[in-house]
Design a protein. Structure first.
Length: 382
């Protein structure tokens, strides 16, 4: 059975309407089954570029679907996927006896599968894994005509899968390097240099104290590990509360909590993030003390104001970021935190916007900013 012509036309039309790959894979499998192919299970495996996962696996089993995210470093040695990756060829295995060399196939055999067939998808970009597999419960297994149809189906489905992978890689990489909100703006076409949106936001800048001395007296592996631990804590405190990390600069981090739709400034989420960071760094320091490592000291400043959010840079190299006096003010506020040996400080504008009372640290000069500024803190007990 050859799946050309009408099937190709059907899939092209479905792919144009259905943007969700899991659903498109389901429709694809249901269509194959409607042609009399004794399909029980299909798995679509696609590698992506993401710091947290190696790829996604879309499963269709007896008309039920499941999407799995494979963590970074997942070992797929001794699997059919490795076979097609290594050989670039399809692989078939009759499951009429115990399978001792491939745990997945033995698991499927014990579930009643009798035949297994996996096909590499002929992507233009061959650097990453892409394959689709099929299994049947039919006692006689797949016929030659079934295998011919499944091979044709995989070939026709391949461009749809590659389109998804390329889009997902673009979004994942943008999100990884510029944050989710900025990634969406860039992907939608916000590429004009010097074009920025004026937004109101709470601003958070944090850094490690004594990092210059630490980095000059420790092996680079320790320095990188410490920075990653510090940033893990901060990002885990900021992102779940609606904040967006715009950049890491050495040992410092810049994040914003934008006000949306004319709503009040999101001061509460920023405060919650700051307090969460304080608690998490205290817990991290307990672990570091037990391991005989130096303790971390940090500073964090919160401010509120209007910022320019968009592209700056050269004609060929842009940075999607936030700039403006409110950002500069926050950076200078962090210097005051260091001078006063405080971990969390707030600007007067932030304290007023929050509508809450915070202990005052008095009035202080901020470098390159006219006039004294009142500075507030959050007590150690929160």
């Amino acid at each position: 059975m050859r799946l050309i012509g009408d099937f190709s036309k059907w899939l092209i039309e479905m792919a144009a309407r259905e943007k969700n790959l899991a659903e498109l894979h389901r429709l694809f499998c249901e269509r194959l089954a409607s042609f009399g192919i004794p399909l029980w299970r299909s798995s679509l495996g696609l590698e992506v570029l993401n710091p947290e996962i190696d790829g996604s696996q879309f499963r269709w089993v007896a008309h039920e679907t499941q999407t799995l995210r494979m963590p970074r470093g997942t070992d797929y040695g001794g699997s059919p996927g490795q076979v097609v990756d290594d050989t670039g060829k399809s692989y078939r295995r009759r499951l009429d006896a115990a399978v001792n060399d491939m745990p997945l196939l033995e698991e499927l055999r014990q579930m009643g599968a009798t035949d297994y067939y996996i096909v590499p998808l002929p992507f233009i970009d061959r650097q990453r894994t892409a394959h689709i597999s099929f299994a049947t419960l039919k006692p006689e297994g797949f016929t030659d005509r079934d295998l011919e149809a499944l091979s044709d189906g995989a070939l026709i489905f391949s461009p749809c899968a590659e389109r998804y992978v390329l889009r997902q890689i673009a979004i994942d990489l943008l999100t990884t390097y510029v944050g989710g909100r900025s990634a969406a703006r860039i992907y939608e076409g916000a590429l004009d240099r010097g074009k920025a949106e004026m937004i109101t936001a709470t601003i958070l800048i944090a850094d490690l104290r004594g990092f210059t001395h630490y980095s000059e007296t420790r092996p680079i592996a320790n320095v990188l590990s410490t920075l990653n631990d510090f940033f893990d804590v901060l990002v885990a405190a900021i992102e779940p509360r609606g904040g967006e990390v715009l950049k890491f600069i050495g040992d410092a981090l810049l994040a914003i909590f934008p006000a949306s739709g004319g709503q009040a400034l999101p001061c509460e989420p920023a405060i919650a993030a700051a307090l969460d960071a304080r608690r998490s760094i205290a817990a991290l320091n307990e672990e570091r003390a037990e391991a005989g490592r130096s303790l971390l000291k940090f500073g964090l400043a919160l401010n509120a104001g209007e910022i320019a959010y968009g592209n700056i840079g050269s004609k060929s190299r842009l940075d999607f970021t936030a700039i403006g006096p409110a950002i500069n003010h926050t950076s200078r506020l962090l210097e005051v935190a260091k001078k006063l040996d405080r971990d969390i400080v707030l600007s007067e504008s932030f304290a007023k916007a929050s509508g809450k009372h915070y202990p005052s640290l008095g009035r202080h000069e901020l470098r390159d900013i006219a006039g004294d500024q009142q500075v507030f803190c959050i007590a150690e007990d929160g």
